[in-house]
Ligand binder design. Structure first.
Ligand code: HEM
Length: 435
């Protein structure tokens, strides 16, 4: 297997130096000369629940969390190198919506990157972090945040919650350059949905045509994305996701995206530097995954959190909350038992997430495969039509035969009986009229 998400994008170094942020966007050839080595200094003792670290909150603020702390070191990014002015201005001219034919071709190119780099997880995270800034109480676009391509700007990439996502942007940049008729906002969401589908997940009823913001001034302020270790994880999840207009079911279903990928202490501050599941890749080694097969989209995230038997698998405080909070738990238990139910709810929630705050041109959006709006058919995800049991067949046969029929031929009408009934009714009516 070759390199994965970020492996070829970080500086070849033994020190835990930070990702070069947007500077790595300047050339894809430069990117291919770089290599990630896991940070030895960031190693942590093994704990099942890696606790109080947060992408958005301080260690002190989260240290009241009840789970045993994983003492991995929180990453302290150095000041990133800035975008060149030229890059910033060329990006700032993009505002029109996407072209359907180019979207389809771009999707094929994304599949190629997925197959060669195994970057499904980071592309999913990129799409989610562009959309997840949405605030439903703000009407005005793009101030309301959401899926508008603002995450391509350095100012937003520098938000602590987005650590490492510059690598995802670098992977997509050559595709963006090839297809001028595809907006960043669409490209991020196209890449995310394609990654889910290619990893074995459900078909997501996506639409496209998202308009891009055109300048860094239009980026949302920092702090709109969820933190991984807030003092009260369930309340925090509700506060953040309700602000986006998402509900409990959608919070739990979307959390299931952590069936893919890893957390890296040198990015978010969460997770172990490496585990038995990540030390050999695929792709860049290292990090701690939520599931053993972290490039396969299935319901193992819910099964593994429930089982909690493997110290090498990550459970963030916010992941634990979905089995602790009574209302979340109903869905978490259901998804652990029933992958079809998870896939159905995930596909709907992902599509909804991808549309948050987006401005579409045309307003109804562009559907690539005639899938958008199509009703979900659970049978698509189940193993096949169920046969009746022999006992049930016998019972049905006996019931048919008791009334003179058979399951193989329809019941015959009994003309004689019908005539008797008609005569009887007429006789009663005659006698009633006579009286
Ligand atoms: C519920 C609140 C959430 C929190 C607190 C959270 C937090 C995190 C953290 C801390 C990481 C590790 C990042 C790193 O170190 O590189 C991560 C990774 C990831 N997150 Fe979330 N996340 C949340 C929801 C979501 C949602 C809704 C999605 C998608 C729909 C998602 C998709 C991912 C993926 C795919 C990765 C792996 C990225 C990689 O391997 O590079 N997360 N998340």
């Amino acid at each position: 297997m070759t390199l994965c998400p970020s492996s070829h994008l970080l500086p070849l170094s033994n020190s835990p130096s930070p990702p070069p942020m947007a500077a790595s966007l300047t050339t894809s050839s430069a990117a291919s000369r770089l290599l990630l080595l896991p940070s030895a200094s960031a190693r942590a003792p093994l704990h099942r629940l890696s606790a109080p670290h947060s992408t958005n909150t301080s260690l002190a603020a989260s240290s009241s969390y009840a789970f045993s702390p994983l003492k991995c070191r929180r990453y302290s990014p150095l000041p990133p190198r800035a975008f060149s002015n030229q890059r910033a201005s060329s990006m700032s001219t993009v505002a029109a919506a996407s072209d359907p034919a180019q979207l389809k071709s771009a999707r094929e190119d994304i599949k190629e990157i997925l197959n060669s780099k195994f970057c499904h997880p980071i592309l999913v995270r990129l799409g989610w972090h562009d959309a997840g800034t949405y605030n439903k109480s703000i009407e005005e676009w793009p101030r309301r945040g959401g899926a508008n391509g603002s995450l391509r700007f350095e100012i937003e990439l520098k938000h602590a919650a987005n650590a490492g996502l510059v690598n995802a942007l670098s992977l997509l940049q050559p595709i963006k350059e090839k297809y001028s008729g595809v907006t960043y906002a669409d490209l991020f969401q196209l890449a995310s949905a394609t990654a889910i589908e290619e990893a074995g997940g459900p078909k997501i009823p996506m639409k496209y045509g998202r308009v891009d913001v055109s300048s860094a001034e239009e980026c949302p302020e920092e702090g709109r994305l969820p933190a991984a270790g807030p003092p009260s994880p369930a309340d925090h999840l509700r506060e953040v996701f309700y602000r986006m207009g998402l509900n409990d079911k959608e919070i739990v279903a979307l959390s299931g995206a952590h069936t893919l990928g890893r957390s890296r202490p040198d990015r978010s501050g969460w997770g172990k530097p490496e585990t038995k599941y990540t030390k050999n890749g695929p792709g860049a080694p290292g990090g701690q995954s939520w599931t053993a097969e972290w490039l396969k989209f299935d319901n193992s995230y819910f099964k593994d959190i429930k089982a909690q038997i493997d110290e090498d698998l990550l459970v963030l405080p916010t992941d634990a909350a979905i089995f602790e909070d009574p209302a979340f738990k109903v869905y978490a238990e259901k998804y652990a038992e029933d992958q079809d139910a998870f896939f159905k709810d995930y596909a709907e929630a992902h599509a909804k997430l991808s549309n948050l705050g987006a401005k579409f041109d045309p307003p109804e959006g562009i559907v690539l495969d005639g899938v958008q709006g199509e009703k979900f058919v659970a049978a698509k995800y189940s193993s096949g039509k169920k046969e009746l049991s022999d006992a049930m067949k016998q019972k049905i046969r006996a019931e048919y035969q008791a009334v003179g029929g058979s399951p193989d031929k329809p019941l015959q009408s009994n003309y004689f009986l019908n005539i008797i009934i008609v005569i009887g009714v007429l006789a009663i009516l005659t006698s009633l009229l006579g009286n």
